[in-house]
Write a protein that binds this ligand. Structure first.
Ligand SMILES: [Fe+2]
Length: 311
């Protein structure tokens, strides 16, 4: 599925211990050299973008920021600024800019004037989602942006086993085998207004789903913040200006991304790319039927509910 919005994510991390098989992922240089240059392709495994701390998170589930949110079953958004290698982040951004940047499509959804002109009651404000961003059309394999992205290996990296494994580590539960991917870019003044990414009409997503975002900010980004709700108030702020941020979202929840503020002398490098995967939760496994004879009637029937489903 495609995430309904830019910059969206995260669950009760009774953290899965599915680390076997992950030890083969390394933080080695892979295809990317360290630092912007004439890189031709992205690494085939997401794990190659990670710092040693990121690799440790992937392999063991241990990270101070992740452990903090595990104590809070209501957490929704978790940004990690020390798991993506900043020099590799710069390499990825430079390659995206060169190969995919020319094929991005502007997406502009302003606030409709009718929201004020046709409002009939005081304080009955209704704000639809407004957004301005550039997006790669990865949902269409015939699009130029898909072809450009495929040539540098972007879909492969976002569909790699280590990307999914990291999503499971941060989601704290099993995810379905297939997931949607997107790529978008914020330029000066680009933003996403308040929205919640709820999908009540989709049976697979109505109970929640999970997003994993790789945020890559270039040197010309002075500021860009995500604002999000906690305990019913739009009270939380987090910067998205580090060169590489890995952000987990347990959707739906209210959030918005403020306008990108450029450094005037670096206007041509005022851009932030977001590479994201949108995951549905795997259905809960039915409980094994008991062979034991229950003294007080039949055992409860196995149920597929309980862990919920998401997208
Ligand atoms: Fe969103």
């Amino acid at each position: 599925m495609q995430s309904p919005s830019p910059d969206s994510s995260g669950g009760r991390p009774s953290h899965p211990t599915r680390t076997s098989g992950l030890r083969s992922f390394s933080a080695g240089p892979g295809v990317l050299p360290s630092g912007p240059s004439s890189v031709q392709t992205l690494p085939s495994e997401f794990a190659e973008l990670l710092t040693p701390r990121g690799v440790r998170l992937l392999q063991t589930g241990r990270h101070p920021g992740v452990e903090r949110v595990r104590a809070d079953p209501a957490w929704r958004f978790l940004p990690l600024t020390d798991v993506i290698d900043p020099r590799r982040a710069a390499s990825v951004l430079a390659l995206l800019e060169r190969a995919v940047g020319p094929h991005l499509k502007p997406m502009s959804q302003p606030i409709p004037a009718e929201t004020i002109l046709l409002q009939e009651q005081n304080y009955a404000d209704l704000l639809p989602k407004a957004v301005r961003v550039s997006t790669a059309m990865l949902e269409s394999r015939r699009s130029r942006s898909w072809k450009a992205a495929e040539e540098i290996g972007l879909p492969a990296m976002l569909q790699s086993p280590s990307y999914r494994a990291m999503a499971e580590v941060l989601a704290g539960r099993a995810l379905r085998a297939r997931w949607g991917i997107q790529a978008l870019r914020y330029g000066p003044g680009d933003y996403t207004g308040p929205h919640n990414d709820a999908h009540p009409e989709d049976p697979d997503a109505r109970d929640g789903y999970f997003d994993l975002h790789v945020s890559l900010a270039d040197a010309g980004v002075k500021q860009q913040w995500i604002q999000y709700a906690r305990a019913g108030h739009f009270s939380e702020l987090s910067p998205l200006t580090a060169p590489g941020v890995l952000a987990a979202y347990r959707l739906p929840f209210w959030h918005s991304v403020g306008p990108l503020v450029p450094r005037p002398r670096l206007l041509s490098r005022a851009r932030r790319w977001v590479l994201l995967g949108t995951f549905l939760y795997a259905p809960a496994k039915p409980a094994r039927p008991s062979r034991r004879v229950e003294p007080h009637g039949p055992a409860p029937r196995p149920t597929s509910r309980g862990a919920g489903h998401g997208r």
